[in-house]
Design a protein around this ligand. Sequence first.
Ligand SMILES: Cc1ncc(COP(=O)(O)O)c(C=O)c1O
Length: 313
Amino acid sequence: MRSLRKPVNPSMLDKASLKLLAEALERLDSGFAELPEFTGHVPAESRIAGVLGGVADRLKDNYPYFHPLYAGQMLKPPHPVARLAYGLAQWINPNNHALDGGRATSAMEKEAVAGIAAMFGWREHLGHLCGGGTMANLEALWVAGQLAPGKRILASSQAHYTHGRISGVLQLPFAGVDCDARGRMDVAKLREVVARGGVGAVVVTMGTTATGAVDPLAEILELREKHGFRVHADAAYGGYFGLAGNLAAETRREIDLLGQVDSVVIDPHKHGLQPYGCGCVLFRDPSVGRLYKHDSPYTYFSSQELHLGEISL
Ligand SMILES: Cc1ncc(COP(=O)(O)O)c(C=O)c1O
């Protein structure tokens, strides 16, 4: 097979921006200058270099997701600013579970989530970042199950395979709905299934993993009016389609309806150009926060508002 490699460009990867990280690190460091001195215990540079060099060598075996000619998977490296900011935060390694675990980063997470919610026109919302789409969908379906215990979850046959599995974990009955020839949920089939009753939530996939197909949200929302089930949008992959200026009119219409669903999952680590793992779950009705209430003795409840550890699984 002809090799596409032409070893003429010694610098495929951006390294110039590393100096910006060093500068930002100096700036971060200055914020802690008043602390008592201590002797650092960073392992010898030679040992770190040995491990790092070994990792770099092994990483060469990964596919070059960064290359514009690579189109094999949805993976791509994060935006440089996301990569550097993520790196910067590693010097602290905050945990936003409780405010004491990440004061500044909790505020940043809330800002980021509010920015994502604004993409759907939501000023009021409840939501947070998490490890990825599967965890985010687990949480959305957990809420659906809490609100309609024992009722069925439906998703199309092209929905991400984890919806069936998640329903199993949550011990909620699950059924697949056939798709049309374009890989979108077949609304006629859905109508038949919901007419039998007992449906708690319909998962609408806004951008299927296999083909990027967008389910017919408008018609599914009409069915919700009649049958009262929850609509959960799995927009893990396609949620950012809305920012594109060149969507087909039909897709634009469906994507623009996302603000009307009950919950939405969108993955910043996919088209949001963030590092893995970063998913986001959002609820239109913030009062679902009541379902999360807990009073664990190892969580610090130091604010009046629900903090991020009180609104996540
Ligand atoms: C539509 C959809 N939902 C859920 C997921 C699961 O996301 P994650 O791999 O971040 O858990 C994916 C992943 O490709 C997806 O495409």
